[in-house]
Design a binder for this molecule. Structure first.
Ligand code: ZN
Ligand code: ZN
Length: 268
């Protein structure tokens, strides 16, 4: 993945977003450039992780003690992203002496840290490490994500933030906002709590039918979805996750809970 060929960055740069999204997109372009700088300096994983019986039982492949972190690189990414955040929203400036390394494990297992801003910076700074792990671990023979079928990420255990209905039949894939892994999952089950009663589940389609907001009354969770059968230009799920921030605002305004970036497996 070079900056030149990074689909994520290319799509952000060329999206025809609304003028009110321009500032948000600009922010994410700057974050992506920092993530790519980190990515380029990461060596490939020397050994693979074989999916065993635990994986069949729903245990994600990458426990926190096998997560590879280069402390200096993480520190650089963390500081640069924290500066960007503070530039964009001065009220979100965090203290410069945060012991971020000591917080990686807590963030990885819980999905959140008590300080919301710190959680988000951690997620953005760790993403190149986790994307690299996903590439090295998930894309090897023996890892069959069609057999996974869980509401949490097969690699890192993260909770999905976005989903896609794919042609021809509209099968659903979930997206992990931490490592960007994607995996298939039922359309009629809540990925967060496992609810499958139709009376508790529903969705709100967008006016053009290209997007849906799936909600669950049992856990008040929600997940956004794109219907690729209805979208004229195919844009990847991580970028659409950013471009549909207004759906998050609407969902939270209706009393649903933002779950993406938190954790299903480690916290249960
Ligand atoms: Zn993940
Ligand atoms: Zn639910």
């Amino acid at each position: 993945m070079t900056e030149h060929h990074d689909t994520f960055l290319e799509e952000l740069r060329t999206c025809d977003c609304d003028p009110e999204q321009a500032e948000l997109v600009g922010f994410h372009i700057a974050v992506r450039q920092i993530q790519l700088d980190t990515w380029h300096q990461l060596p490939p994983r020397p050994e693979t992780i074989e999916p065993g019986q635990e994986f069949s039982n729903g245990v994600p492949l990458l426990p926190v003690d096998r997560l590879r972190i280069e402390p200096t690189l993480l520190g650089q990414a963390f500081d640069r992203i924290a500066s960007l955040v503070a530039e964009r929203r001065p009220q979100w400036a965090i203290s410069t002496d945060i012991p971020y390394l000591a917080l990686v494990g807590e963030w990885y297992r819980q999905g959140v840290l008590p300080d919301r801003t710190l959680s988000l910076i951690m997620q953005m700074a760790l993403r190149p490490f986790l994307e690299r792990e996903a590439q090295d671990i998930l894309h090897v023979p023996g890892v069959d994500l069609n057999q996974w079928w869980r509401g949490w990420c097969p690699l890192c255990g993260g909770v999905p933030s976005f989903s896609a209905l794919t042609p021809p039949g509209g099968e659903r894939s979930l997206l992990c906002p931490r490592c960007l892994a994607q995996w298939p999952f039922s359309r009629v089950v809540c990925p967060f709590c496992g609810e499958d009663a139709a009376s508790q589940l529903g969705y709100y389609p967008s006016a053009d039918n290209a997007y849906r907001l799936y909600v669950c009354e049992s856990c008040k969770g929600y997940i956004k979805a794109v219907d690729y059968r209805e979208l004229a230009r195919k844009i990847s799920m991580p970028v659409l996750d950013i471009l549909t921030a207004d759906m998050d605002m609407a969902a939270v305004g209706q009393g649903y809970r933002e779950r993406g970036g938190q954790i299903a497996y480690w916290a249960r």
